[in-house]
Design a protein around this ligand. Structure first.
Ligand SMILES: [Zn+2]
Length: 164
């Protein structure tokens, strides 16, 4: 399978290559399989990421990024309580979202879409190849410096900046 695309999905203004979860999983020696037995989008156990076969390309990309974080944390899928599970899952997804959506990619997407208000989130998610939940998790955890970077990039493009 070719690993190089002729069209970069995101033209990063800081020179970062776009994050490729499949390549990252390969570098870590993880195996990716499809399985109807998955409850939800995917899971991770003992070096194997299982994906539900019905996922879209975007859902696969996001799920692989998420399951890589489980691998790195040494999670093998079991949480003691539902509270720990909810909390743990959010932490995992924050990390995956930060990798999938570096601030330079967010700034690029805002320039492409031309707006960044709440109504433009579906379009931003589209440009960024993520689902809207992942975009929301990322936007909820931007720092003041991240906002300043995006504001400056958008201003350079001549657009009016509104809070994300
Ligand atoms: Zn998870």
């Amino acid at each position: 399978m070719p690993s190089v695309s002729c069209v970069p999905p995101i033209a990063c203004t800081r020179g970062h290559p776009p994050y490729d979860p499949v390549a990252h999983a390969r570098r870590l020696g993880l195996t990716i399989v499809q399985s109807h037995a998955v409850d939800g989008w995917g899971d991770y156990r003992e070096g194997v990421i299982r994906l539900h076969p019905a996922l879209t390309t975007v859902e696969r990309r996001v799920t692989i990024a998420h399951e890589i974080v489980h691998h790195e944390r040494g999670d093998d899928g079991a949480y003691c309580t539902s509270w720990h599970e909810r909390r743990g899952e959010l932490r995992v997804h924050e990390c995956a979202a930060a990798r999938l959506l570096p601030v330079c990619a967010l700034a690029y997407a805002v320039r492409v879409v031309g707006d960044e208000g709440p109504s433009s989130r579906p379009a931003l998610a589209d440009v960024l190849d993520v689902d809207q939940y992942t975009l929301s998790v990322r936007l909820d955890h931007l720092t003041a410096a991240d906002h300043a970077y995006i504001r400056s990039a958008v201003r350079r493009a001549g657009l009016w900046h509104r809070a994300l």
